[in-house]
Write a new protein. Structure first.
Length: 238
């Protein structure tokens, strides 16, 4: 049987091709990363990174003249500060306490006529004259008070009051009981501190005494040189 030739028709079942899309350009960072990756792949090491640091600030340059000026004004400031401090201390002195200052030594009511009180803070003997003692130490008046420095003018020994010691007073040739008697060399003083015997060069020194509202204060910062005029310095209570 004769072969029949069949006309075959080829049917293309393939899908129609799409038009090629244009490739988008990689961003700059991506391109840099890709290049670095290619370099690592080809060389086996990461690319060298060069870091540029900003220059260090230079130290300020101080001239010799500026150094001299700084030194000059520093010295002048210290000098002026010292002068100001000295002037202020003279105008407004700090309060002094204890011996060398004005000390409260008691009330006049606690010092009866004829009594003597040894105040150790003031280093003074407080003496209030009675009638007999005032007659022994003219021109002192009965009831008046003196403050005697307790140191002997001879060599500085502390002079005690000796009520049991009797001796003649060369000023009137009469014998009295009770004298200030230095234990070191025998210098002898009356109730008013007037020297009557011994090597002391003068009478007992005194302190300025103030009596106000019945309160007695002694200025131990000022020593009055003793003399035969001690009795005339006695203070009467106001």
């Amino acid at each position: 049987m004769p072969e029949r030739e069949f006309a075959s028709s080829h049917v293309d079942t393939a899908q129609p091709r799409r038009a090629a899309q244009p490739r988008r350009a990689a961003p700059p960072l991506a391109r840099q990363a890709a290049r670095a990756s290619d370099q690592v792949a080809s060389t086996g090491s990461a690319p060298a990174v060069t870091v540029t640091l900003p220059p260090a600030p230079s130290a300020p340059v101080v001239s010799r003249r500026k150094v001299l000026l700084i030194g000059f004004w520093t010295g002048m400031g210290a000098l002026l500060l010292g002068i100001a401090s000295t002037l202020l201390s003279m105008l407004y002195p700090r309060g002094i306490t204890g011996f060398g200052s004005t000390i409260f030594v008691g009330t006049i009511g606690a010092l009866a006529p004829g009594a003597k009180i040894h105040n150790l803070d003031a280093k003074a003997w407080l003496v209030r004259f009675n009638d007999e003692q005032a007659n022994h130490n003219p021109p002192a008046q009965a009831g008046s008070v003196v403050a005697l420095y307790h140191k002997c003018p001879h060599l500085g020994c502390t002079v005690p009051w000796r009520p049991d010691f009797s001796r003649e007073d060369p000023r009137n040739d009469q014998t009295y009981a009770g004298w200030f008697l230095c234990p070191c060399h025998g210098s002898t003083y009356s109730d008013a501190g007037v020297r009557v015997f011994g090597p002391a060069p003068r009478s007992m020194d005194m302190f300025p005494l103030s009596i106000k509202d019945g309160k007695m204060t002694v200025n131990t910062g000022k020593i009055v040189t003793g003399s035969k005029d001690n009795p005339s310095r006695a203070i009467m209570p106001g």
